[in-house]
Design a protein around this ligand. Structure first.
Ligand code: IPM
Ligand code: MG
Length: 407
């Protein structure tokens, strides 16, 4: 017997979801122009430690940020605000992905540096509330998740543009258990949301001269939402005649990223939310692990910069949080510098990260007391940035690595 009552209840819930998404479309239609950072009297930077190792690695990254922005901070042209309400304890206390007062504090900033936050799943000791990351991306409309991965000696220079507010994530906490036996989740693609992420990828490819975009979907199976992503890509690509583009399915793309004969040809990827989540972990692993990758979440009004890994609560319970590697958060600082118009500072920091983490390795991080602490490593990075010959040193290491890879 079909449970008509259950269908009716599910239809009502579905109707409410549709109304909310259609309201969102109206908001997207009236989206303003992006913030011009050069016009701000004062740049407000929020620092949000998060959970587990988050406050530790975030504090180390904050020191690097303060070092880079020392002049601006002193002149009152930038201000750092520490926001500490985004912990799992606090979120559970108010049973919200982001407590209201914390959200108001976040919205009073222009850019945010955020440590990893614990994301509960069914069966965890915490109630199964929505992820703070996902909520922040939605609340601040951070639609483009930009994740660069580079391994010069393998010829790899990839930039991922992951759609960050729609796809399978948009209603990830709003699925419906229609009956005890039937669970349904939903995937969302709007014209406005798809258009802006595709344009972000194509604009970047054009501006940087990378000139090659790969659009990744599973459009042969997920015909409606991924189908829309793909057909809009076909149209938008026509506006970028100088940018070469192609499309791939997500499954073969995961294989091609580990195919030495093909992978170095890829440059810019544009892809829906869930595929972007999965494949950027794979890409980061090729670069040296998720601890080596930073992540920028860009919107028109706000931007948030974070590590791509989780909060590693075990390191805290085992008393070794001070040995957690802050490099992914420091990488996020470099991405923030680029975003706020400090390209030179970003470049220097990226060179120092390469020298310290990949090449010179005067200090190493092991996650235990056999290695350096996060703060010691941050000091090493700041010292390296001050070397007058940093550019030459960096180029030397890169050239040697390329030569070694050829042999
Ligand atoms: C990421 C993370 C997040 C995501 C989690 C922590 C919610 O995996 O930023 O890739 O799934 O997007
Ligand atoms: Mg992820």
């Amino acid at each position: 017997m079909v449970d008509e009552q259950a269908i009716k209840a599910a239809q009502e819930k579905f109707g409410a979801l549709l109304r909310k998404q259609l309201d969102r479309v109206e908001v997207l239609k009236n989206e303003g122009a992006p913030v011009d950072y050069s016009k701000l009297d004062k740049l407000i930077i929020g620092v949000c430690g998060g959970d587990g190792i988050g406050p530790y690695i975030c504090a180390s990254a904050q020191r690097v940020m303060e070092f880079l922005l020392a002049d601006k901070l002193k002149a009152g042209k930038a201000e750092i605000r520490v926001i500490d309400g985004l912990t799992i304890e606090r979120r559970v206390e108010v049973m919200k992905a982001i407590p209201d007062d914390t959200l108001a504090e976040l919205k009073a900033c222009h850019v945010i540096l955020k440590g990893p936050t614990t994301t509960p799943k069914k069966g965890d000791p915490w109630p199964n509330i929505e992820s703070a990351n996902v909520a922040m991306r939605k609340e601040l409309d951070l639609f483009a998740n930009v994740r660069p991965v580079s391994v010069p000696e393998l010829g790899i220079d990839w930039t991922f543009f992951r759609e960050n507010t729609e796809g399978s994530y948009a209603l990830g906490s709003d699925g419906i258990n229609v009956t005890d036996d039937l669970a349904m989740d939903f995937c969302v693609a709007t014209s406005q949301g798809t258009d802006r992420i595709l344009r972000a990828g194509f604009d970047f490819a054009k501006k940087t001269g990378k000139n090659y975009v790969s659009v990744i979907t599973k459009g042969n199976i997920i015909k409606t939402t991924d189908g829309k992503f793909l057909s809009m890509a076909e149209e938008i690509a026509k506006e970028y005649p100088e940018v070469k583009w192609d499309d791939w399915f997500i499954d073969i793309t995961t294989a091609k990223l580990i195919d030495p004969a093909r992978r170095s040809a890829f440059k810019v990827f544009v892809l829906p939310n869930l595929y972007g989540d999965i494949i950027t972990d794979e890409a980061a692993q090729i670069q040296g692990g998720v601890g080596t990758a930073g992540s920028a979440n860009i919107g028109t009004k706000y931007a948030m910069f974070e590590a791509i890994h989780g909060s590693a609560p075990r390191m805290v319970t085992e008393g070794r949080a001070q040995y957690a590697d802050p490099c992914s958060m420091i990488k996020a600082v470099a991405m923030m510098m680029d975003h706020i118009g400090e390209a030179e500072k970003a470049k220097k920091l990226n060179m120092a990260l390469d020298i310290c983490c990949q090449f010179e390795k005067k200090l190493v991080m092991t996650g235990r007391d056999t290695g350096a602490t996060g703060n010691e490593f941050a000091d090493y990075i700041m010292e390296t940035m001050q070397r007058p010959d940093i550019e030459k040193v960096w180029q030397g290491y890169i050239d040697a690595a390329i030569a070694a890879a050829k042999n």
